[in-house]
Unconditional design. Sequence first.
Length: 733
Amino acid sequence: MELSGTVTNIKYRNDDNGWTVLTLENKEGEQVIAVGAMPGVNVGETVVCNGSWSEHPLYGPQLKVSSFRIELPTSVDQVMAYLSSGFIKGIGRSTARLLVDRFGAETLDIIRDSPKELLKISGIGPKKLKTITESYREKIGMQNIVMGMQQLGLSLNMTMRIYKLYGENCVEIVRRNPYKLIDDIENIGFKTADKIAAEAGFERESTFRICAGIKYALSFAASEGNTCLPLDTLVMFAANNVLGIDHETVSAVTENMILNNELARKQIDGTEYVFLKSMHFLELDSAVLLSGIIDSVAPMPLFDIDDAISKLEKKFGAKLASAQRDAVKTSMTEGVLVVTGGPGTGKTTILRFIIDLLESQAMEYELAAPTGRAAKRITDTTGREARTIHRLLEYNAQTEKFNHDEDYPLETDAIIVDEMSMVDIPLFHSLLKAISPGTRLIMVGDVDQLPSVGPGNVLKDVVSSNVIPVIRLNEIFRQAGRSRIVTNAHLVNGGRMPVLDREEDDFQFYDCPTVDVALNSVLNLAGDYAFLGKSNELQVLSPMKSNLLGVFNLNARLQQELNPPSVRKHEVSFSDTVFREGDRVMQIRNNYDLEWTKSTKGKLDSEGTGVFNGDIGTVLKIDNTNKFLTVLFDDERQADYNFTQLEELELAYCISVHKSQGSEFPCVVLPLVSGPNMLFNRNILYTAITRARDRVFILGTADCVERMIRNTNVRKRYSALCAFLTERKEIDA
């Protein structure tokens, strides 16, 4: 709606971002509260605001302003009120009266166009005149900036961010090249810049636009996991999906960008690949760093490894298979090692042996994993402290960098990283930079799991390069072999149907011929677990976000089933989600500054900062008065979120298979009836099954399971670390 009125009072203003709370008096004489980014708005001005009404719990109805324009005062009384507000330095109430008495309603025009006329006023000399004119120009300049940015379609909040960066010439800078905003302003992408450019009159085939579109295409590819794209694929995607212009023009501009060193290019197996400069550097430098680690590790002190392993076999009561023994021995003789294998193949046993051998040689080591849940699993299975890679490298939220790097490396003899399939190329590069010469690197993971959410194909590329020793574990051991979860996971990974019967308690299939039947079965099963007091042991996984059996709908239905509204439970709405005391929630982004505490029987055990993507917990308390929500995470850490931080949380009764990576749950429920080919594939099914520790329920159809197993058409992920590693090996040879 649009509302016009005269500003009678500025209740609050934040000069950094222009956020203002003010009182407007409309034509009927009614007082209205307006809130929003309104820099440069002052008492006495007539303001036309566009926005929507909202109800503040303490202050009542308010107009939330999305845009505004200022109409300078025209009457003598309005000009007098305007100047008396004190917003122009050098003009107080008495000076305002003198000015208005002399110049009347034209006073503001005089200040703007003929400022020397002010010297005729008693008490205004050259020095004071300069103060008045500079202050007025500054205020009017800010208003002109706001008007200019609004003409380009920019919000008030975005205008203030741009103004703080570019200064008083910001409108001119943006009009000259709106695509510059993509690199300079966070949360402005190509689509936003393109809309601004259209308002500024840019042609569709502007070189600025095409360059930005090509970079956007590569950035979008990175968000899909790629570090590069084949040249032909890049040109086609940028031309058809981003820019809407002919391929020849995009191809020519891409070539010029490569020649001008704005993009990088590499030929791999006869195909031209194009990179953003940052991605090219990360993969190339990772290959260089990894090669350096391989060459820098000195031989272990002489000791009988075979004898030491035999003694550990007696100690642990476990006989190592041939491949397991090779893995343990190689970890002691080589600088870098990869151990890969599916569930039940003995990766954890190998870790315990390696750790014990390192300790027997008085060697220091670090255990790490990409997520907090994965790190906790290592701690639980080995009895040794494990940390997230971010904690290991000591992320500094102020600098947005890791404290440990090539100038301040980790001081340790060995680093063991589990769940390597989840590690993307930026994190891998940061880890490699922080490894000092002589430190061993042991990487453990399942190469058949889903790749990292972030860009890169680190584990697969390292394994495929044949540059470092790789021990593949294929044998399922007898103890694990009794688990239908493990045997079925390996059947799926091998392209064969799992055994779908109910004879084994740990893997059960229920035929649900329709989506509605499957949905009701999920709700009934969750209700049964809740009745037994085990609802936190059950985790529903879905390959997709949308649809009746997608994450969004299942979360809403499971919340209603397991934690319905109650007068005894506080709740808060945020966007489309209602958070309620007792809800299962997941942190969906890394927050390195969020403080947490851990207590036992009311006594503080420890405290720290940092909650990470994938951490799951329960809403313990919602305080609507003080506007914060408390989450008790599954590892007993407790953290408070103010209501503005709720965008970092999602309901977690159901999570996507991708989000479940690195986690292990007592019981996994998979509703599988139908879905898109891109998501219903073998890789997704294998990953989902391997997330379960004790039990799997598949609620769906055998046809759907069979279709997923046959479907190996996963989206191809383009990366070049393998090529860089192979190339590096040839150079070193």
